[in-house]
Design a protein around this ligand. Structure first.
Ligand SMILES: C[S@@+](CC[C@H](N)C(=O)[O-])C[C@H]1O[C@@H](n2cnc3c(N)ncnc32)[C@H](O)[C@@H]1O
Length: 261
């Protein structure tokens, strides 16, 4: 595991703070507070993203998917995949992957006594490292359908070709009937998103927004589940369980696709 850097704000820990978690430090909270000063809705955007993840996982678990690979998971808490999937199917298996040392250490401790789960410390840009990891191999059977979740993470991969290569590699290594879910910053016409991009340049991980068309392009080889790639608040909205409706412009888009048999 790479050494934890406590002197530079980190997106995993900023996100954890915005969700109400405890795996964060003063430097992260200061960066989060700056983001909130620029755009008071930022915490709602992040919570809306987590709510989207929860709706996608519930949809998949109800459709019979029982294997999940969450790439760029952050800290696996505050209503994460195993809690939602396990609530529908207690036999569901979940592998979380993150390369941020604090998120990973917290995750490993949190999941130590949760059967059917693991926190793998790998760079998701290395699909071989992720898929060949002993914990991945122990929990996931890649000959059966797996849901690969890339939620709020691909905007940290700045190079378009690298994104395409990665998505293709995971697609090609998973069985027919597998799924890909993506959520991604898509607020390029939103002034506060551009300012946030600016501010993230001083964190350990800059990000870049992409258009809905570019995000749709990530689903090459998948059949999109209705309504396709849209702003996440419009994807199977569930006002009963989702208290994080965003007022004003939405800035995160996402979708779910199924690899044909
Ligand atoms: C904003 S959080 C998203 C958490 C979760 N997926 C969700 O949607 O609720 C993004 C996470 O991606 C992780 N991340 C970014 N680039 C990564 C990489 N190349 N490999 C592994 N994790 C990465 C960060 O450390 C962070 O924890």
């Amino acid at each position: 595991m790479t050494e934890a850097d406590f002197s530079t704000a980190n997106p995993a820990r900023i996100y954890d703070y915005m969700l109400g978690g405890s795996a964060n430090f003063a430097v992260d909270r200061q960066a989060a507070d700056k983001l909130l000063a620029l755009e008071p809705q930022t915490a709602r955007y992040m919570r809306a993203n987590r709510a989207f993840l929860r709706r996608v996982v519930a949809y998949l678990a109800r459709a019979g998917v029982d294997q999940f690979l969450e790439l760029g998971s952050g800290v696996p808490t505050v209503g994460h995949v195993h809690e939602v999937a396990g609530g529908i199917n207690p036999a569901a298996r979940v592998v979380y992957v993150d390369n941020e040392p604090v998120a990973a250490a917290y995750g490993q401790r949190l999941l130590a006594d949760v059967p059917g789960t693991a926190m793998v410390v790998e760079d998701i840009r290395d699909p071989d490292g992720v898929l060949a990891h002993p914990d991945t191999r122990a929990l996931l059977d890649l000959d059966r359908p797996v849901a690969v979740l890339m939620m709020a993470v691909l905007h940290f991969v700045l190079d378009d070709e690298r994104v395409a290569e990665m998505v293709t590699a995971y697609r090609d290594r998973t069985a027919g009937g597998s799924y890909l879910a993506v959520s991604h910053s898509s607020g390029e016409r939103h002034a506060a998103t551009r300012q946030a991009e600016e501010q993230y340049r001083s964190t350990s991980q800059p990000f870049r927004s992409r258009t809905i068309e570019a995000i749709r392009g990530m689903f090459t080889g998948y059949e999109l589940v209705e309504p396709g790639v849209v702003y996440i608040g419009d994807w199977h909205p569930d006002p009963g369980t989702d208290p994080y409706a965003v007022e004003g412009p939405q800035v995160i888009a996402g979708g779910l696709g199924r690899k044909p048999q």
